[in-house]
Ligand binder design. Structure first.
Ligand code: NAD
Length: 362
């Protein structure tokens, strides 16, 4: 049986679905592993040493394929060459993209639909990738902030620690808090889910309550969108906070809708000179948490530097691919019943059922 890893559709995305060390595990399970020629973050020779095969010929890649592993959407050029049943697994964009995998030869699993429960965390690519995004955000603060992060006592005097505000304390936000603290900054955070207070405080950061907003936790542990009135209250509150911080990391998301607008144009005048704003919510090219950030752009105006994330993990493709591939191995262990030498049906496991966006039978 043949697993194939096509080149990424999005050229800005420098990650790859499997690292060399994952190839040998799959070969031990009885798979062949083929890659389409691309700029991989690991040497091709490392893949070949583990038994992986490379080709620049899409036909050769797709011939006899059983399973396609991808980071994001799979190119129609690849899908059109599939003429026997093939499973597709990746961050495929959820149910809205089901039509792209509607051929009777395809059965697709969108990893972003994995339920966020403890049992599933080994396969949770959203978490593994968001963790690295939180780390990346702090590296950006350290790069663009015109001051050091920790308190430094020197013969010439003492430098006070940087003050960082994290908006949205999900997986990315919590990693940013932890990294910021480790580098010696003082960190505060706010979130509309009150559950996050305990997580924020356990990392040694201060939790800021949003006045007048009740717990906005919705289903599956995610936040609900705020009402326009609540959003206005939040923006007014944040405006009062801005002068106290050197850096703001925005990582607020609400599933199924655009990122909440937290910082508007007229709020920027409240920032102190030299403030750095990192907007993680722009990472897939969408509008972010700030009205004035743009995906992939570093913009300086009114003495404030804004960084709009755009495929930020392309700056960390080795770590991101190592974690992503490990998540995929866990998924393959779920879907491939090695003992019975057969693929599991979606209805045999609630996690598979939740992720399945198209079936062979369609
Ligand atoms: P996410 O990326 O969807 O959102 C990031 C954060 O933004 C969330 O904490 C959300 O509450 C916050 N947010 C939304 N609107 C906001 C606003 N207006 N202002 C401030 N903050 C706002 O979240 P995520 O990181 O993917 O985590 C989603 C959930 O999944 C969480 O409950 C998390 O604990 C849970 N989770 C569970 C596991 C597990 O294994 N049990 C693993 C990972 C995540």
């Amino acid at each position: 049986m043949k697993i194939i890893v096509p080149a990424n559709c999005v050229s800005e995305d420098k990650r790859i679905a499997l690292a060399p060390e994952h190839v040998s595990s799959l070969i031990k399970l009885g798979f062949e592993v083929w890659f389409e020629q691309c700029d991989a973050p690991f040497p091709v020779s490392d893949y070949e040493a583990q038994g992986g095969r490379w080709t620049c010929d899409k036909r050769q890649l797709c011939s006899d394929a059983t399973l396609i592993l991808s980071i994001g959407a799979v190119s129609p050029d690849v899908l059109n060459l599939i003429s026997s049943p093939v499973y597709v697994v990746g961050l495929l964009g959820g149910k809205r993209n089901a039509g792209l995998y509607g051929s009777r030869f395809l059965q697709a699993y969108a990893l972003e639909l994995l339920p966020r429960i403890s049992k599933a965390q080994f396969m949770d690519v959203l978490s593994s990738q968001a963790t690295l995004m939180g780390y990346w955000a702090i590296t950006q603060v350290a790069t663009y902030l015109p001051k050091v992060l920790p308190m430094m006592t020197t013969a010439a005097g003492t430098l006070s620690p940087a003050q960082i505000l994290v908006l949205g304390a999900g997986v990315a936000g919590l990693q940013a808090i932890g990294m910021g603290r480790r580098l010696g900054a003082k960190v505060s955070a706010c979130d509309v889910r009150l559950d996050t207070k305990e997580h924020v405080e356990s990392l040694g950061a201060k939790f800021l309550h949003l006045p007048g907003i009740q717990d906005a936790e919705h289903t599956g542990g995610y936040a609900r969108a705020l009402t326009p009135q609540e959003q206005k209250i939040q923006q007014e509150f944040l405006k009062t906070l801005l002068p106290s911080y050197d850096a703001i990391i925005c990582s607020a998301l609400v599933p199924g809708t655009s990122a909440p607008l937290l910082l508007t144009h007229d709020m920027i005048a409240s920032c102190r000179p030299g403030t750095v704003i990192i907007d993680l919510a722009t990472h897939l090219g969408n509008s972010g948490n700030c009205e004035f950030t743009e995906p992939g752009k570093i913009i300086s105006f009114q003495n404030v530097t804004t960084v709009g994330a755009f495929y930020p993990l392309s700056a960390l493709p080795v770590s991101a691919s190592l974690l992503y591939g490990k998540n995929l191995l866990a998924f393959i262990n779920l879907i491939w019943n090695a003992k019975a030498q057969r693929w599991m049906l979606p209805e045999e496991d609630p996690l598979l059922e939740a992720m399945c966006i198209s079936r062979f039978s369609q």
